[in-house]
Design a binder for this molecule. Structure first.
Ligand SMILES: [Zn+2]
Length: 348
């Protein structure tokens, strides 16, 4: 059995949410400083037992999320989230992180969505600069995500803000997403926001096909014309949709432990990694919300390994993550070269 260390495998991380990225210790620390009482699932019963199978399960997930978001108020806390996400990603072999944020959630404490996004971008620029000089951080680009549970006009406002900060470097807005409970909101109503983002040259990366099946993926493709899809795993339930995803070259940001935690699949062998890869779909593994799921990036690769992926196939997954990313050419090249070197080295 080969066993090259997965934390040493260079990779890009394309699906990680701002608050969901947080270290539990930092949540506790910030809560203490603000004298906020956290639910047991974020203290002595961590990680929480979740389910996304019904509205109640999702409501509980959202409530925990809200508790965590509640302690990330103010500039210093926001900067800390970006910095720690970049450090933790680096420790897992990620050289490029696309961090997803809905600035609405942090706006109140800093004077609006514009300063909220500015703070995140500024810290992303700072850690990325330090990373270029050898500091232990992944370089960080930002994806602005609107919430399906809010009015589509709010999504347009966010898309315009994202467009004003659009770029293809670390510390810039690279893409525009759509998150939160898939069962809420009507996907087609967000097409206007996605048009604004598209015209600004942003990557389009909505969530679809985790809590809902292949029809949701098909709708997202038809109405939003995405470059990548968050999750999308349930495409496999309809060969026709799977073929569209593969033919259109839409990469899927697959987060196996998120699927397991939310009860989409009961055990690791059900996560359809092999079927997606066999269908020719580019898969980029992501951690989604380590704070709530209790797993980070390397755990997703471990799951693939335990599902039978060889080191050569794991290297291919890592290559997929880099190719599906918006990483600048120099970072992309460095990561791809590193992946070759990882595979060329003798396993332990
Ligand atoms: Zn997500």
């Amino acid at each position: 059995m080969s066993s090259r260390p997965l934390a040493a495998l260079p990779k890009a991380h394309l699906h990680l949410h701002f608050t969901g990225s947080m270290r539990l210790a930092s949540v506790l620390d910030l809560a203490g400083a603000r004298d906020v009482r956290l639910p047991d699932a974020l203290t002595r019963d961590w990680p929480p037992r979740l389910s996304g199978a019904d509205e109640r399960g999702w409501f509980r997930f959202q409530r925990l999320y809200d508790s965590a978001r509640g302690v990330v108020q103010g500039e210093a806390a926001m900067r800390r989230v970006v910095r720690e996400a970049a450090a933790d990603d680096h420790a897992e072999g990620s050289g490029w992180l696309e961090l997803q944020v809905d600035p609405t959630s942090y706006a109140a404490a800093v004077g609006g969505i514009t300063p909220a996004l500015e703070i995140v971008l500024d810290e992303a620029r700072a850690v990325s600069r330090e990373a270029e000089h050898g500091a232990p951080f992944a370089a960080v680009g930002i994806i602005v995500a609107a919430s399906r549970t809010r009015h589509p006009l709010e999504a347009r406002t966010l898309a315009r803000l994202a467009a004003m900060n659009a770029g293809d470097e670390a510390g810039e807005v690279l893409g525009f997403g759509l998150s939160n409970d898939e069962r809420r909101g009507e996907t087609a109503q967000f097409a206007g926001a996605f048009d604004i983002a598209r015209r600004a040259g942003l990557m389009l990366v909505p969530h679809a096909g985790e809590l809902l099946g292949p029809a949701a993926v098909e709708t997202a493709i038809a109405s939003l014309a995405p470059d990548r899809i968050g999750h999308g795993v349930r495409s496999v339930e309809d060969p026709r949709v799977l073929e569209i995803v593969a033919e259109d070259g839409i990469a899927l940001e697959v987060c196996p432990h998120s699927n397991l935690s939310l009860g989409v699949y009961r055990d690791p062998s059900q996560v359809p990694l092999r079927r997606l890869v066999d269908a020719g779909v580019t898969v980029a593994l992501g951690a989604d919300d380590p704070l709530l799921f209790g797993t980070r990036l390397v755990d997703q690769y471990e799951l693939a390994r335990s599902a039978g992926f060889t080191d050569a196939e794991l290297a291919d997954l890592a290559r997929g993550s880099v190719r599906a990313s918006r990483a600048p050419a120099r970072i992309r090249q460095r990561l791809l070269t590193g992946i070759d070197a990882w595979l060329a080295a003798e396993p332990a």
